[in-house]
Design a protein around this ligand. Structure first.
Ligand code: ADP
Ligand code: MG
Length: 264
């Protein structure tokens, strides 16, 4: 049954979302729908508004225009300065797990404490429950024995896995990953892609993954978007997007300097 037929709103709907900083238009009338339990990869050159888009999804930034519907609720309408709105915003935000681009771990806490942190902040779980849940999350990211280690004792790839464990600590409905493989070597990136697929398969969460890596998009996405100069150039099922002849898309996939995306 389609989502529309079931009456359940999609995980995310952006409806003509625009955001500018001063005269710099970063998002220009972006509209898209993310289905439940899909993996959407948003590609785009650096500085094109991908992280701004993620921040709009969780209400960390408010668009100037448009609606941001998360499970049917308009996040863009909520004003964090107003107590009632703020409460609602926090409730919605708890349905997200976030792996930020610069999402550092707390270096003075063990891996286990890092993963437990959101549970201590947002739940009333007992210590025993927290410990069991931390073990479960670390096992899921392939680090069953890491709880008592400190982040400094781990490789970059392992730290990313811990960040993933922390992002799924509250068993969110939607996981947002901002360039999860940036700064990692190709093999580590590939294992991270496998991890996303595995978490998706076993936990059935919806993933929104920001990337500038077309190989990653091919491998994990069922839906691909390309953002360039604030416009959603293309958006749709992976096979369809890969077949598309849109010049910006071709340029991006062919890693060419020649095309509509200009960096200088
Ligand atoms: N809080 C902010 N204030 C002013 N400009 C911002 C802010 N956040 C982002 N920008 C600008 O918006 C543009 C897009 O940024 P970003 O979404 O981080 O790009 P990327 O696609 O690389 O993630 C950049 O030019 C950035 O400088
Ligand atoms: Mg970014």
């Amino acid at each position: 049954m389609s989502e529309q037929a079931s009456g359940r709103p999609p995980a995310i709907v952006l409806d003509s979302v625009s955001k500018a900083f001063g005269s710099h238009v970063v998002l220009d009338e972006v509209s898209l729908t993310v289905r439940h339990e899909s993996i959407m990869v948003m590609l785009g050159p650096s500085g094109t508004g991908k992280s701004v888009l993620l921040r709009c999804l969780v209400g960390l930034l408010r668009p100037d225009k448009g609606r941001v519907l998360v499970f049917g609720e308009d996040v863009a309408r909520l004003d964090p300065e107003r107590p009632r709105d703020r409460e609602e915003l926090f409730r919605i935000r708890r349905r997200f797990g976030m792996l930020f681009q610069d999402g550092a771990l707390f270096d003075d806490m063990t891996v286990g404490e890092n993963v437990a942190f959101p549970m201590r902040m947002h739940t009333s779980k007992s210590e025993a429950e927290i410990r069991a849940s931390v073990d479960d999350k670390l096992r899921r990211v392939g680090l069953p024995k890491a709880a008592s280690k400190f982040p400094s004792e781990l490789s970059g790839g392992m730290r990313k896995r811990v960040a993933f464990a922390r992002a799924i600590a509250l068993e969110p409905d939607i996981v947002l990953c901002d360039e999860p493989s940036s700064g990692l070597d190709p093999v580590m990136s590939a294992t991270l892609d496998e991890l996303i697929l595995e978490l998706h398969r076993t936990l059935g969460m919806t993933f929104v993954v920001i990337s500038h890596d077309t190989a990653e998009a091919r491998k994990i996405a069922d839906t691909i978007g390309l953002l360039a100069k604030g416009k959603l150039v293309t958006y749709g099922p992976t096979e369809q997007v890969l077949r598309s002849n849109h010049p910006a898309l071709r340029q991006f996939f062919e890693r060419s300097t020649d095309g509509p995306i200009q960096v200088l």
